[in-house]
Design a protein around this ligand. Structure first.
Ligand SMILES: [Zn+2]
Length: 62
């Protein structure tokens, strides 16, 4: 019985997305019409922006 050979396609790691498409707070894809722009980053809305700010502050304090 011959060993099965499976050809697995090794895909190179995708480069970091040049355009930010996901919210930094909840990681949901951001729609064009619904987005909140702050400090060069995109978020779903103001709430997500605040969430992200709070998160980063929390991490900075640790
Ligand atoms: Zn969000």
């Amino acid at each position: 019985m011959a060993a099965e050979q499976t050809t697995t396609q090794v895909q190179p790691a995708k480069p970091q997305a040049e355009k930010q498409t996901n919210c930094l707070a909840c990681n949901k894809p951001i729609r064009k019409l619904k987005r909140y722009y702050r400090d060069g980053k995109f978020y779903c809305n103001k709430k997500c922006w605040k969430t992200f700010i709070a998160k980063s502050k929390e991490e900075a304090q640790k």
